[in-house]
Design a protein around this ligand. Structure first.
Ligand code: ADP
Ligand code: MG
Length: 569
C-alpha cells in the first residue's frame, strides 16, 4: 500500500496547482506541512509575524496572477493572519491561507489554541472550508486556488485539523484533481461597446483612469494601444502607476484634481469609485460625468455612479473590443482640454521643483524624494507606505513598468511594506532579473513589521529600506523639545499621541542582523548611502533618513481631509 500523510497531500496538491511559494511561521500542528511543501518543491519563506507572511503571500498573487500560501498555526497564528487576508481581499488579490487547528476529537473541550477558524475567516475571504477527510484534500486545495483567481480575485482559507496533518491514508483512495487553468476571459456586450464608443467620440474632455485591476489583468499592451490610438489623457491610480510609464506624454497625474473635476467622459479601467477616487462624486467630479466602466465583477458596475456604459469583462479583452470599434478616431491634441491640462501640469511641476531644491537642513520630503528618484533605476520595484511618505512619494517617484509599485492599497494598511518587499525580492531571486526592490517607509509604518528585517537578512534579500524619519505619525518633535517635555512630568500625559522617539536609530535594526545600516542627515549622505546600497547586491540595507519633524505640520493640521492625506491619488 502506498501511504500518504495529510501534510504530503496538501503539499502535493498545492504543487500540482502551480503554487510555488509559501510564507509562514511554523509550530504545532503545521511544521510537517512546511517540510512537505519544501519536499514537493515549493519555496518556503519563514517570517516573523503571520500578518507580514500574509502580506507577502498576497503580493506574490498580485505580481504573478497565481496565489501563494500563507501557512499559520492555530488560534493566535490564524488571527494574526486575518489582517493580511482582509488586506488581500480588499485589494482583490489572490492568496491562500492554510491554518492548522486543534485535533478534531478535542473540539469544544478548550483545546490548545482552539478557535472557530473556518467561521472567523469567512468575513475576510471568498471561500473558507475544512476538508471533510484526507481523501478530499486535493479537491479542496483546487477549489481554494480556483476561487482565489476566478471572478474577482481574493483570499481563501483552508483549515487543517492537527490530527489530519500526520494521519495516513492509501494514495489509491484519494481523489486527485488536475491543475486549475488560468481564469476564463470574457468580453463585454457588443451593444455596450457601441454605446461606449459613441460616448467617447462625443466627448469634449475625455479621460482614462488606469487602476490596479488593469495591472493585475496584465492589460498593459492593450491599454497602451487605447491611449496611443485615441490620444486621450490618462491618470493612474496609486498602484495603476506603471501600467503605462509615468513619463508617458499622455499621463496627466500632475494635473490630477483638474482632470477629475473637468472630465466629461471617463473610461474607468479596473479601478473602483471608492475613497481613492473620491467616490466619483461632486465636488471632486462633475455631476454630469459619464462613466464608461470596465470591470470583471458585475456587482461593481454602477457602484456610486450609474455607469453610462457598463462593460462587464476582462480589461484586456474589452479594451481590444473598444479598439476594434473606435478604429482611427482620435481626440485632437490641440483641443482646449489638452491645453488646460498642460497648463496645470507645468504650474504644479514648478511648485514641487522649488520644494525639492530647498537646501536647508533637516531635509523636507520633497528634497529627500528628489534625490532618491534621481538615483533609483527605472526598473526597480517601489514599495511604499506611510502617510506623507506614501502620498508625496507617489507623486515624486516615477514608475516606468507595470506591477512595480506596492503600497498600503485599498484598505490603507500600514505594516505591509516589509512583507511586500520580501515577496518581490524572493520573486526577483527566482527570476534572476536583477531588478532592485526599494521599500520606502514612514518611520511609524516601518514599526509595524520592522522585525522582518531579520527575514531579509536570513535569506540575503538585497532589499533597500529607506525610512523617512520625521519622529512620528504625521509629524513629531525634535530631540531638544522632547527632552524639555520629559522634564515636565509623566510622558503618558504629555507626549503628543503622534510622536515617536526622536531620531530613533532604525538603521541599527538592520546592522544587528548583518545588513548595512546608514544614518542620513544631508543630501550628500543620502546620495552616497543609496548609491552604496544599490551597488550591494548581496545584502539588504536600511537608510534612516532624518527629515524635518515639522515638515508635515501643515498637512497634519488639515488631517481631517483624509483622502488627500492618506494615499489617495
Ligand atoms: P485601484 O485601487 O487602482 O483604484 P481597485 O482595486 O479599486 O483599483 O479596483 C480594481 C478593480 O479591477 C476591481 O473592481 C476588480 O474587480 C477589477 N479587476 C481585477 N482584475 C480584472 C480583470 N482582469 N478585468 C477586469 N477587471 C478586473
Ligand atoms: Mg513619520
Amino acid at each position: 500500500m502506498d501511504e500518504v500523510t495529510g501534510a504530503q497531500l496538501i503539499a502535493e496538491a498545492l504543487k500540482s496547482q502551480n503554487v510555488e511559494y509559501m510564507f509562514g511561521i511554523v509550530g504545532v500542528p503545521i511544521i510537517e506541512v512546511a517540510m512537505a511543501a519544501q519536499a514537493a518543491g515549493i519555496k518556503y519563506v519563514g517570517m516573523r509575524n503571520e500578518q507580514a507572511a500574509c502580506y507577502a503571500a498576497s503580493a506574490i498573487g498580485y505580481l504573478t496572477g497565481r496565489p501563494a500560501v500563507c501557512l499559520v498555526v492555530s488560534g493566535p497564528g490564524l488571527i494574526h493572519a486575518l489582517g493580511g487576508m482582509a488586506n488581500a481581499n480588499m485589494n482583490c488579490w489572490p492568496v491562500i491561507v492554510i491554518g492548522g487547528s486543534s485535533d478534531r476529537n478535542q473540539e469544544t473541550t478548550g483545546a490548545f489554541q482552539e478557535f472557530p477558524q473556518v467561521e472567523a475567516c469567512r468575513l475576510y475571504s471568498k471561500f473558507s472550508a475544512r476538508p471533510s477527510s484526507l481523501e478530499m484534500i486535493p479537491a479542496v486545495v483546487e477549489k481554494a486556488v480556483r476561487s482565489s483567481i476566478y471572478g474577482r480575485p481574493g483570499a481563501t482559507y483552508i483549515d487543517i485539523a492537527g490530527d489530519m496533518v500526520n494521519a495516513k491514508i492509501d494514495r489509491a483512495s484519494v481523489r486527485f484533481v488536475s491543475c486549475c487553468p488560468a481564469p476564463p476571459v470574457s468580453q463585454a456586450d457588443s451593444r455596450e461597446i457601441t454605446q461606449a464608443v459613441r460616448l467617447l467620440r462625443a466627448a469634449q474632455r475625455p479621460l482614462i483612469i488606469i487602476g490596479k485591476g488593469a495591472a493585475y489583468a496584465r492589460a498593459e499592451k492593450e491599454v497602451r494601444e487605447l491611449v496611443e490610438v485615441t490620444g486621450i489623457p490618462f491618470l493612474p491610480t496609486p498602484m495603476g502607476k506603471g501600467v503605462l510609464s509615468d513619463d508617458h506624454p499622455n499621463c496627466v497625474a500632475a494635473a490630477r484634481s483638474r482632470a477629475l473635476l473637468q472630465a466629461d467622459v471617463i473610461v474607468l479601467l479596473g479601478a473602483r469609485l471608492n475613497w481613492i477616487l473620491h467616490f466619483g462624486f461632486p465636488p471632486r467630479f462633475s455631476p454630469h460625468v459619464k462613466i464608461i466602466q470596465v470591470d470583471l465583477c458585475a456587482e461593481e458596475l454602477s457602484n456610486n455612479v450609474r455607469a453610462a456604459s457598463a462593460l462587464l469583462g476582462d480589461i484586456g479583452a474589452v479594451v481590444r473590443q473598444l479598439l476594434e470599434t473606435v478604429r482611427s478616431w482620435r481626440f485632437p491634441s490641440d483641443s482646449q482640454w489638452w491645453l488646460t491640462l498642460k497648463e496645470k501640469m507645468t504650474a504644479n511641476a514648478q511648485i514641487s521643483k522649488s520644494l525639492a531644491l530647498q537646501s536647508t537642513l533637516p531635509m523636507n520630503y520633497y528634497t529627500a524624494f528628489h534625490h532618491i528618484s534621481e538615483l533609483l533605476p527605472k526598473d526597480c520595484i517601489i514599495v511604499s507606505e506611510g502617510a506623507n511618505t506614501m502620498d508625496i512619494g507617489r507623486t515624486m517617484l516615477l514608475n516606468y513598468l507595470p506591477r512595480h509599485r506596492l503600497d498600503a492599497g485599498t484598505f490603507g494598511t500600514m505594516g505591509v511594506g516589509p512583507g511586500f518587499a520580501i515577496a518581490a525580492a524572493v520573486l526577483e531571486q527566482t527570476q534572476k532579473s536583477a531588478q532592485r526592490v526599494v521599500c520606502i517607509e514612514g518611520d511609524s509604518a516601518f514599526g509595524f513589521s520592522g522585525m522582518e528585517v531579520e527575514t531579509m537578512c536570513r535569506y540575503k534579500l538585497p532589499i533597500i529600506i529607506i525610512v523617512i524619519n520625521n519622529n512620528g505619525i504625521y509629524s513629531g518633535v525634535d530631540p531638544k523639545t522632547w527632552k524639555e517635555m520629559e522634564k515636565m512630568g509623566d510622558m503618558t500625559t504629555i507626549a503628543p499621541p503622534v510622536t515617536l522617539l526622536p531620531e530613533a536609530q532604525y538603521e541599527q535594526v538592520m546592522s544587528a542582523f548583518g545588513g548595512r545600516g546608514y544614518l542620513v542627515r544631508t543630501v550628500e549622505e543620502l546620495r552616497s548611502a543609496l548609491q552604496e546600497s544599490l551597488d550591494n547586491t548581496q545584502m539588504p540595507s536600511l537608510l534612516n533618513v532624518l527629515i524635518d519633524p515639522a515638515s508635515d505640520l501643515f498637512n497634519y493640521l488639515q488631517a481631517s481631509r483624509i483622502s488627500t492625506y492618506f494615499g489617495a491619488i
